[in-house]
Write a protein that binds this ligand. Structure first.
Ligand code: PLP
Length: 439
């Protein structure tokens, strides 16, 4: 009997015994191709020798030192690596232990920025429907996944909610892509004006939506329009790249493909590739200098910020990505994957859409392809697909749709950057069989 509060309280998951490269092996020795990196975490695959060596070296020297006493060379080097490779003036990093902590940190940093500027009337955030920003109360408040929020809603701060950018679901048949984008930006501007720009701290959005709708990229020009509106009304633009960032989409940061630079960026999963729990906020010069010249202190902090062992893992992961030119591999293998998904799965009667960027792909399942009606969520199609894939030795990340039909069941694919075309063929062929069997 397990004494852990597992995700399901009615079953205990299989035991992972070891892992190597793109594969995880269970206690019986069965191998699973990890084509989702858990939840888009394992960007280098498992047991990468350079990362293990870096962590061993670090633990031998210094596993941890509390930040009220010390910094460490490793965490300073990681900050240097991340700010050197980030565009614009994202010149500072704040290290935490995961994605939700990164989002909480960004929200508080944004609030304190305006307090330091003498604008304490700014108390509101704008965020989108069909989004996920984490499970802690602040992050859950900005998130727009109603199923995750429902029972905790009375505990959450109010957030102004605007539409997601989900072309497959929400672009009307009589609209061009550009008209749809303009409609979304008009809605955002209206929301800003209605609340009063002087009351708003920031706009928070995933660049490519991950967990809620499955690798849903913005339309061309959408984020540029968001950046312009934020500048026009003096609002901060917070990009949540916890899932889609750190190379997953083929550029180090997904927003680089939209030609924008946010004021604050949250990163996590692929930062440490699962070797250690680590997340971070990248902050622009203006934010940090407001605090430097103001109170001189960010009123925040956790026991494990700037953890030396976690930083050593993340530094090694990022150095391997840079040294081995893995962003190019992501773009190349990503093209291969998207073509295969389109060609093989696109023909299936219940695959409504395949989408994504780089090695971040989503497959949306629908009961009726013509009118995009989702499957009844009570069927728990995503759970059946997951179980069937696992029985065939494949890990993908299926998720359920909503009762109100805002989006349907979908499958998220996020393999390691070292994935081969033969392994991608296995992913697509297995999904082809499983989707046919389950729909
Ligand atoms: N933000 C986004 C976009 C995410 O996808 C997630 C996790 O899936 C989080 C935040 C929360 O990260 P964590 O689970 O590490 O707390």
């Amino acid at each position: 009997m397990s004494h852990i509060i597992h995700r399901s309280l009615r079953s205990t998951p299989a035991v992972a015994a070891r892992a190597q490269g793109a594969y995880i092996f269970d206690a019986q020795g069965k191998q699973y191709l990890d084509a989702c990196g858990g939840a888009a975490v394992s960007c280098l695959g498992h047991a990468h020798p350079d990362v293990l060596a870096a962590m061993h070296r670090q633990i031998d020297q210094l596993a941890y030192a509390h930040t009220s006493f010390f910094t460490s060379d490793t965490v300073e080097q990681l900050a240097e690596q991340l700010t050197r490779t980030a565009p614009g003036d994202l010149n500072y990093a704040y290290f935490v232990s995961g994605g939700s902590e990164a989002v909480e940190t960004a929200l508080k940093l944004a609030r304190q920025y305006f307090v330091e500027l003498g604008q304490p009337s700014r108390t509101k955030f704008i965020a989108r429907k069909q989004s996920y920003h984490g499970n802690t109360l602040g992050a859950l408040a900005v998130g727009g996944n109603e199923w995750r929020r429902r029972q905790f809603a009375p505990l959450l701060i109010d957030v102004i909610r605007v539409s997601a950018c989900n072309e497959y679901r929400d672009r009307r048949a009589d609209e061009t892509q550009q008209q749809y984008t303009t409609r979304l930006l008009n809605e955002l501007e209206h929301a800003i004006l209605e609340a009063g720009p002087e009351t708003i701290i920031g706009f928070c959005a995933e660049t490519v939506v991950g967990a809620t709708t499955g690798a849903t990229p913005p339309t061309p020009g959408y984020l540029k329009g968001v950046r312009n509106l934020c500048d026009k009304y003096g609002i901060l633009y917070i990009a949540d790249e916890v899932m889609c960032g750190m190379g997953r989409t083929g550029t180090l940061h997904a927003f680089e493909q939209d030609d924008v630079v946010p004021d604050l960026v949250t990163i996590a999963k692929g930062l440490g590739g699962g070797y250690q729990p680590i997340g971070a906020v990248l902050a622009s010069e203006k934010i940090v200098s407001a605090l430097q010249t103001g109170s001189g202190l960010f009123q925040h902090g956790h026991t494990y910020i700037c953890h030396a062992t976690a930083a050593s893992a993340a530094l090694a992961v990022q150095q391997v990505i840079e040294r081995d030119n893995l962003l190019q591999a992501v773009r190349q293998q990503g093209d291969y994957l998207h073509n295969a998904l389109r060609e093989v799965l696109g023909e299936l009667p219940h695959v409504g859409d395949t989408r994504g960027r780089g090695l971040f792909a989503g497959v949306e399942l629908v009961r009726d392809k013509g009118n995009k009606t989702p499957f009844d969520p009570a069927l728990k199609l995503h759970a059946a697909i997951k179980a069937n894939c696992m029985s065939r030795g494949l890990m993908v990340y299926p998720m359920g749709g909503t009762i109100d039909g805002q989006y349907g069941d979908h499958i998220l694919i996020a393999p390691p950057f070292i994935i081969t075309p033969a392994q991608l063929d296995f992913v697509v062929d297995t999904l082809n069989t499983v989707i046919r069997e389950e729909t």
